[in-house]
Design a protein around this ligand. Sequence first.
Ligand code: CUA
Length: 308
Amino acid sequence: MSGAVSNLGKNTDATFIVIIGICAALFALIIALTAYFTLKYRRNKHPLAQDIEGHFFLETTWTVLPVILVMFMFYYGWLGYEKRREVPEDAYTIKAFGQMWVWSFEYGNGMQASTLNLPLGRPVKLILNSRDMIHSLYIPAFRVKQDAVPGMERVLWFTPEVAGTYDLFCAEYCGTGHSRMITKAVVMNDEEFKAWSEGKTEAPAAQEAAPSLSGEGLLKAKGCTACHTTDGKPLVGPTLKGIFGTKVRVTTGGKEREVTVDEEYLRRSELEPASDVVVGFPPIMPPQKGVLKEEEIDAIVDYIKGLK
Ligand code: CUA
């Protein structure tokens, strides 16, 4: 296990080590005493069992000592917890959205990204939200985890302290694509972050979509590629490669029918995916009505048309 790379993470690591240390010491003590008493008071040495009435000093000791130990562990954990609840006022705010099965992030200046791009050494406040069900944003390297709950805003903050690229997971089982709900947290120094947030560069290891969005960038930023490939291999949903102009069998209102994949069909499938569900695939795509903007839908439709 490598050390934490956020301010809060150091506290988590210290608490973990203190608690593990206490547990290890107690384990050793209990095992040693058990072995000692087992040998010393074994039956052939002490054939006659004795009734003991009680021992005030011993009983007090083994009650008071563990209480002190447990309170000490609680206090240590509490210090870290309190720090997590106090979001600094000058924190850089990013909105994070969980959705089956992708994370997306929105920045104050309208930037959107499918990776969590962060400024080094600055407190960051994440406002977590979910578009469908409970997800959980988890960045092990920062030692932070928080649920994203539909209809509710949850807040998470930390200060990234080492530049680099770190895994970001969903830690709440949320269906078929849960294990693929993975992205990266990218910590950049001031200059890199400024350049990225002004749309001048690509973030390292990021596949972000700037406000002037390409269809391809949108598919990634909006999480479509978690279920739809562009290389011909179906995943949770059908591939998008070469579908334009073909005929597909779909289920519409419980009845199977054949439709031609045209612009009209592609738009409908984005906004209300449940209206026509391609036969052989589960009806699980979240509707994009109110999520995608008009020009974003156009860009995606254009991109799919070009996927020969
Ligand atoms: Cu989202 Cu698991």
